[in-house]
Write a protein that binds this ligand. Structure first.
Ligand code: C2E
Ligand code: MG
Ligand code: MG
Ligand code: MG
Length: 288
C-alpha cells in the first residue's frame, strides 16, 4: 500500500466537500432569482381512486428549470430555500399558482378535483399561514374543499400541541390535510391518532418493496388498517408496477399515485386528464 494514500483519500474528500459547498452556495444565489426569472413551474401528478379506477385529484409538484444546469430536483433546492427563508416566498407563489390554475380549469368547465400542495415545515410553523392560504384562495375565489395540504410527521415533533392546533385551524377553514411520507418519520404509528387529518400517504420507499420485502408489506398493511380505523383515506405514492397495485387493492388502499398511471404533468397535459375523467372513462395504465 503506497505511503500517503490515506492522506490523498482524505484530500479527495475535502475537495469533494468544498465542491459540494460551493455548488450549494451558487444554487442558493440562483434560487433568489428563479421566481422573477420565470424559471419555476408546477407539475400535477394524478391520484387515482383504486375502487373506481378514476381520477380523484392531483399533487402539485414544484419544478425549477435552471438556465444552465437544467432541472434541479426539489429534494435539492427545497432544503436550500428553507435554510434561507426563501421558501416562504416560493411557497406563496406555489399556492397562488395552484389557485390560479384551479380557477382556470373551473372557468373552462372542467371537472373539479382537489389539488394537494406540499407545505414546508417553515411555512407550517408561521403565525400567518392561514392568512396566506386565505388570501390566495380569495384572490381566485377558490372553494377551500379543493385544496389539500401535505405535511409530514416531523412537523409535529417539536411542539405537538401548537402543530395540532394549527391543523385544527386549517380544518375549520375547510382545507384538507394529508400526512406525507408516512412511516419514515420518528413518530410511532399511534401518533396519527392525535392528528386532525383527512389522509395518510404511505411513503414510496415502502411501496417500492411491497412485493418482495416482508417489513415493507407489513408496514403498508398496518398503515392502511390504522388509517381506516381512524376514518382516514390512505394514499400509496410511487406505485410503478401492476403487482404493487394489486397488493394495494387487496389491502383496500383508497388512492394511488405513481408512474404506473402517470408521471407529474405540466398543467396543460393534466387538463387532458380532467377532460377524460368528465366522460366517466376509467384511467388506463400508462407504463412508460
Ligand atoms: P413528495 O411530496 O413525497 O412527492 C412525491 C415524489 O415522488 C415526487 O418527487 C414525485 O415526482 C415522485 N414520484 C411519484 N410517483 C413516482 C413513481 O412512481 N416513481 C418514482 N421514482 N417517483 C415518483 P419530486 O417531484 O422530485 O418531489 C420531491 C419532494 O420535493 C416532494 O416529495 C416534496 O417533499 C418536495 N416538494 C415538491 N414540490 C414542493 C413544493 O411545492 N413545496 C414544498 N415545500 N416541497 C415540495
Ligand atoms: Mg407530497
Ligand atoms: Mg410523499
Ligand atoms: Mg417523498
Amino acid at each position: 500500500r503506497a505511503k500517503g494514500e490515506g492522506k490523498n483519500t482524505y484530500r479527495h474528500y475535502i475537495d469533494e466537500m468544498d465542491a459540494e459547498i460551493q455548488r450549494r452556495r451558487l444554487l442558493q444565489t440562483d434560487l433568489k432569482r428563479a421566481l422573477v426569472n420565470n424559471e419555476m413551474f408546477i407539475e400535477y401528478q394524478p391520484q387515482i381512486d383504486i375502487a373506481t379506477n378514476r381520477l380523484a385529484g392531483a399533487e402539485a409538484l414544484l419544478r425549477w428549470q435552471h438556465p444552465e444546469r437544467g432541472r434541479v430536483p426539489p429534494d435539492e433546492f427545497i432544503p436550500l430555500a428553507e435554510q434561507t427563508g426563501l421558501i416562504v416566498e416560493i411557497g406563496d407563489w406555489v399556492l397562488e399558482e395552484v389557485c390560479m390554475q384551479i380557477r382556470a380549469w373551473q372557468d373552462a368547465g372542467l371537472p373539479q378535483v382537489p389539488i394537494a400542495v406540499n407545505l414546508s415545515s417553515v411555512q407550517f410553523r408561521r403565525d400567518d399561514l392561514l392568512e396566506r392560504i386565505c388570501s390566495a384562495m380569495h384572490a381566485y375565489d377558490i372553494n377551500p374543499g379543493l385544496l389539500e395540504f401535505e405535511i409530514t410527521e416531523s412537523y409535529v415533533m417539536n411542539d405537538p400541541d401548537a402543530a395540532i392546533s394549527t391543523m385544527f385551524d386549517m380544518r375549520e377553514f375547510g382545507v384538507k390535510i394529508s400526512v406525507d411520507d408516512f412511516g419514515t418519520g420518528y413518530s410511532s404509528l399511534g401518533y396519527l391518532r392525535r392528528f386532525p387529518v383527512d389522509k395518510v400517504k404511505i411513503d414510496r420507499s415502502f411501496v417500492t418493496d411491497i412485493e418482495h420485502d416482508k417489513d415493507s408489506a407489513t408496514l403498508a398493511k398496518a398503515v392502511v388498517q390504522l388509517g381506516h380505523s381512524l376514518g382516514l383515506k390512505v394514499v400509496a405514492e410511487g406505485v410503478e408496477t401492476k403487482g404493487q397495485l394489486e397488493f394495494l387493492q387487496n389491502q383496500y388502499c383508497d388512492l394511488v399515485q405513481g408512474y404506473l398511471f402517470s408521471k407529474p404533468l405540466p398543467a396543460r397535459k393534466f387538463s387532458e386528464w380532467l377532460e377524460s375523467s368528465s366522460i366517466n372513462t376509467p384511467v388506463q395504465h400508462l407504463v412508460s
